[in-house]
Design a binder for this molecule. Sequence first.
Ligand SMILES: NC(=O)c1ccc[n+]([C@@H]2O[C@H](COP(=O)([O-])OP(=O)(O)OC[C@H]3O[C@@H](n4cnc5c(N)ncnc54)[C@H](O)[C@@H]3O)[C@@H](O)[C@H]2O)c1
Length: 443
Amino acid sequence: MEYASKLSNVSILGAAGKMGSGILLLMAQELFDLSRQPEHSRLEFRINAIDVSEEGLNAVMRYVEKQIRKAGERKPENIRKHFPESDGNDEEVISRYTSEVLALINPVTELKAAYDSTIVFEAASENKDLKIRLLSDINRNSDHAPWFFTNTSSIPIQYIDEKAGLDGRILGFHFYNPPVIQKLVELITTENTLKGLIETAGILAEKLRKVVVRSNDVAGFIGNGHFMRDALYAFSEIERLENKMEFVEAMYAINAVSQKFLIRPMGILQLCDYVGLDVVQFIMKVMDPYMDKEDLHSPLLAMLVSLGVKGGQNPDGSQKNGFFKYEEGRIIGIYNVRIGIYVDIHPVKLKVNEYLGALPESCKPWKEIIKDPDKNNILRTIFSDLRQINTPGSDLALKYGFNSKKIGLKLVNDKVANNEEDVNKVLLTGFYHAYGPVNSFFD
Ligand SMILES: NC(=O)c1ccc[n+]([C@@H]2O[C@H](COP(=O)([O-])OP(=O)(O)OC[C@H]3O[C@@H](n4cnc5c(N)ncnc54)[C@H](O)[C@@H]3O)[C@@H](O)[C@H]2O)c1
């Protein structure tokens, strides 16, 4: 009951954004489930979908409607059980479900809608002053001592807590993108975080069927702690390779090594494009002041962002151009930073693939390996073969894999992660890697 009453009035800040819209969909379904349980019949459930963009809110309501309907169509039996009294056909039950879930949502541009909420999910843009302003405003004007679940990717939770005066009523509930699909949630608490809030977050994660990894409150947490350093290593390798080849070739080489040779779902530059080069740059900027002996800055990234080369997604979900140029999800060009245009990927690909050399014969694509029950043995063979072939490609890959392992160990050493398994779990679950960075393949 405590869980349900806490969740009876929820607000989502930044509801029209990439993360906020997914969180809204998940929470609308969860609140609907709770509202249909007889023991909660005296509670009134509501979600305020709050965003500065009215247009964005209209679009997000259309998105939620479409997704709710789809979920109903996929498994009508799951929807039917909410309406045991109904003798309507599937279509009627799904329409009723869709309209009842939507009726729980109040799309609104004014922050004051959150003043009545007991739980606030914060998924507004990654800007610490903005987040602090929004949370302290709600906190000051609310009589409910609300609990805050922030989705920040990089800002320490303790910092937000102190600056917004939340007295431990905040934790990091870091969904991965897209929140509806991705299983991982990094849960970040501080010494002050209220016990009841941590318990509720645990119940919620379980109800949403998420895999929770606890991360300590260090800027970037585990996921971005690894990703940002991995990307910086890649950028430095590109610069190093420039002595041997054209810059675009070096870019292509490092992307290919990090994908095909290391058997990852996508190369590091493509991953940066997916996340958004401006977002990557921003996360590094937020993390940098907290990292004593490291410089989390990339001149390459800064230059691209200043030229408007940013990656990220279009509103229809298609990939925008970044390091690479995309057509229907396929890479067709690569950005030549020296002349400021995209050039055809094919000649670059041919030349660089020849330079890197062949993959070991035992090598299989990521898609096949990830599903194989004998995955670990297969990987062991591939990486042992990689050691033998002694090509520029294998050399770069072994160094890259070793550096990724070093980053993983550093996260444990710096007490960002509680142990090596947690680092591996984040990379396996949140980044879909076939193996964790802390492994015995790269010594
Ligand atoms: N995109 C990712 O891969 C990802 C993954 C995990 C966490 N995050 C984090 O989630 C948060 C949101 O990221 P995103 O990628 O969804 O960004 P986004 O730019 O897609 O969405 C941010 C939303 O916040 C809204 N907003 C801005 N100012 C606001 C205000 N004053 N009040 C209410 N809404 C406001 C914007 O209109 C926008 O709709 C960030 O903290 C980010 O670091 C992002």
